[in-house]
Every structure is written in structure tokens, then in C-alpha cells.
Design a protein around this ligand. Structure first.
Ligand code: ADP
Ligand code: MG
Length: 354
């Protein structure tokens, strides 16, 4: 009983707010990185020297990097730092998987203003560490700097693959089937919900946000996962997609990337686009059409890939993969066919940060 009381008392105390300056730069780096464990023998030298050393033997090295800026790519009003750390890693790993490669190491660089405390950074790094353990990647370095305003996070992911396994955007051929893992539009609707609750909160600070009914889409926005399972499936089934890209900017933009790089056209069918039930019902509420959300929404981090007709029968009945169309000749352009059979030119809107 007395213990219970104690815990209650503790939870009402103001949380500790240690200024970063009390640790200093090197103290902060060792504090943030001390609980990371290494998963790969290929990581010869990790954190602590001038550079990391990685032994990839006869494999090819795949590298991808992303810069995330507070106020542009994330809003700390509704993004818990732990989720932000997790997502910063996941979006990079997704790029490595989209090459049909396996991520093995990451570096994380941060720039922070004086408003961030050691406890806040601990949250961020807890998310980073959770992602490192789940996807089995080693944190092998980074950089720590200050910023005049806001938080900057740069993650670089390093992966490996056998030369013959790497899948580019440029390999799609006329007649190939166009496939998608999972479903689309959830992350965008999650963002709409969070923005709506933020607006309500700013107008009525006494109101508590109501996110409970929209768990799926809010989860898709705040805690996306990269499709490592698809890469494992391709390997297990000995199928190599002819081209692949991850869906970060929306289906339209990614399809056009594949068409441009592969010098082909495409034809996709609206009834074949996969949606979650929650996405359908929220589209009604927000007066949005699901197909527009799928084409332009973004941040779902599913994989869009093309499969040769010789291999498609082996994937056809796989749960969680939708066949949405075919690759055509470049002269046919990129077309969406609606339920009623009308065709529309696909145009990219995507995220417009710039
Ligand atoms: P340098 O002066 O050569 O840039 P640092 O003192 O910045 O070296 O970094 C020391 C070590 O800590 C290096 O291995 C570096 O990669 C790593 N490191 C620095 N900042 C971070 C961070 N935010 N997260 C992870 N590792 C970091
Ligand atoms: Mg440095």
C-alpha cells in the first residue's frame, strides 16, 4: 500500500530536465549510445573512432540517407520523440529493402536547439534503439551538433546484397505485373487525424485528443514499418522483382519513377488498389476519394514492384500482395482505369516540401 502511494507521488513530480550542457558533447554521445548492441560481425569498428569500419567481403554495399527537419518533416506537437527516432530509422531501412538488399548498419546525426534536454534525447534514442534491435542493424556512428532552432535528424543506412540480387527502378519490362505489399493511404489519413486534433487542441487546450477510434491510421503515420518480410519472401521463393521502389511519396509519384527509369508505360486498375477498412470510412468523413489518397498520400512505406509474367503465378495467391496492373509500352503513358472503365492519366503530386 505504502509502495503504491510512493509510486503515485513520484508520477506527479515534474520529470527530470537535465540540460545537455551538463554532459558536454562527448558525454552526451557516450550517454546516448551506451546501450546499443551490435548484431553483425561485419561491423569491425563502430562508435568511438574517426570512422566506422565495415567488412562486406564480396557483397555489394548499398547506401541511402535522409534528412528530417522539425516543422517540415515532423511536428513534435503530436509526434512522441520515441516514435520519431523509430520512424527516422525505418524510412531509411525501407530504401535499402527497396533495392532488395539487407540493411546492416546506420549512422545517426542530430542537431538540436537548447530546448532539448538529455531526457528528451533519451526518448529519441530509445526509439532508434528499438528499431535497431527489431531490424537488426548496428548504430556505427554519427555526429552531434547544435542548431539555432529546432531538431534535425539525419540517418544514413548501409546495406549489402549479392550483385545479382540488387533490384533497381529501371528494370521493368512491358508485360510485367505491377504489385504492392500491404495497403495504401493509412499514413496520410493518420496525419489528417493528428492535424485535426492539433487544431482542436490549439483552439481548446482543455480538450483531450481522441485518437482511439483511428488506431490503425495513426499507427501507420507515427510508427511505420519497413517491409523486410517481403525481401525475405522474395529470397525464400527465389523470385527477383524486375524493378522496385518504396512508397514514400504516394503511388502516383513512385509509379512514374519506375516508368521513367525503365522507359515504359503502365496501366493500373482502381478496384485492385488495396485499402484498409478504416481508410475507407475516414475518406468518407474527410470527403476524400480513397484513390486520390493512395495516389498522392505518401508515407506508407509499402513496396511497389514489378514481376515478370514467368514468376507471377507463384506470387498470385500470396496474402498481403495486390496485383494492381501491368507494365505497357512507353507510348501508352501511365494510366489509371476506374471501376467504370474510364482511363485517366496518372500525374504526380507527392509531398511538396520545396
Ligand atoms: P569527430 O570529431 O571525428 O566528428 P565525434 O566526437 O563527433 O568525432 O564522434 C565520436 C564518435 O561518436 C564517432 O564514432 C561518431 O561516429 C560517434 N557519434 C557522434 N555523434 C553521434 C550520434 N549522435 N549518434 C551516434 N554516434 C555518434
Ligand atoms: Mg563529430
Amino acid at each position: 500500500m505504502s509502495e503504491e502511494k510512493n509510486t503515485n507521488n513520484n508520477s506527479t513530480e515534474a520529470p527530470k530536465q537535465t540540460p545537455v550542457s551538463s554532459l558536454g558533447e562527448f558525454g552526451l554521445i557516450s550517454h546516448l549510445t551506451k546501450n546499443f548492441k551490435e548484431h553483425h560481425a561485419a561491423t569491425i569498428v563502430g562508435i568511438g573512432d574517426d570512422a566506422a569500419v565495415i567488412n562486406n567481403k564480396d557483397k555489394q554495399t548499398v547506401v541511402s540517407t535522409d534528412l528530417l527537419i522539425e516543422g517540415i518533416h515532423f511536428d513534435l506537437m503530436y509526434t512522441p520523440l520515441k516514435h520519431l527516432g523509430y520512424k527516422s530509422v525505418v524510412v531509411n531501412l525501407s530504401d535499402i529493402y527497396a533495392m532488395n538488399a539487407i540493411p546492416k548498419q546506420i549512422t545517426v546525426s542530430i542537431a538540436l536547439s537548447s530546448r532539448f534536454t538529455v531526457e528528451a534525447l533519451d526518448e529519441l534514442y530509445e526509439g532508434i534503439r528499438t528499431a535497431c534491435n527489431f531490424y537488426e542493424v548496428d548504430l556505427v556512428g554519427g555526429d552531434t551538433s547544435s542548431s539555432n532552432k529546432g531538431l534535425f535528424i539525419n540517418v544514413t543506412a548501409i546495406g549489402q546484397a549479392d550483385a545479382e540480387d540488387i533490384v533497381l527502378r529501371s528494370g521493368a519490362k512491358e508485360g510485367d505485373y505491377i504489385c504492392i505489399s500491404g495497403d495504401l493511404g493509412g499514413a496520410y489519413l493518420g496525419l489528417q487525424i493528428l492535424e485535426r486534433e492539433k487544431k482542436l487542441f490549439l483552439e481548446h487546450p482543455d480538450l483531450q485528443p481522441v485518437l482511439g477510434d483511428h488506431k490503425y491510421v495513426v499507427g501507420r503515420q507515427l510508427k511505420p514499418e519497413a517491409r523486410n518480410d517481403m525481401i525475405e519472401l522474395f529470397d525464400k521463393m527465389r523470385i527477383k522483382p524486375t524493378s522496385m521502389i518504396d512508397i514514400s511519396d504516394g503511388l502516383a509519384s513512385e509509379l512514374l519513377h519506375i516508368c521513367q527509369r525503365s522507359k515504359v508505360g503502365c496501366r493500373i486498375f482502381e478496384p485492385n488498389i488495396p485499402f484498409n477498412e478504416e481508410v475507407f470510412s475516414l475518406c468518407k468523413q474527410f470527403n476524400l476519394s480513397p484513390i486520390t489518397v493512395a495516389l498522392s498520400g505518401g508515407e506508407d512505406y509499402e513496396l511497389l514492384f514489378t514481376i515478370s509474367p514467368d514468376d507471377i503465378n507463384r506470387l498470385e495467391d500470396t496474402h498481403g500482395i495486390a496485383i494492381i496492373g501491368r507494365i505497357t509500352n512507353a507510348s501508352e503513358g501511365a494510366k489509371l482505369f476506374t471501376k467504370s472503365g474510364q482511363s485517366h492519366e496518372i500525374i504526380a503530386q507527392g509531398w511538396q516540401h520545396l
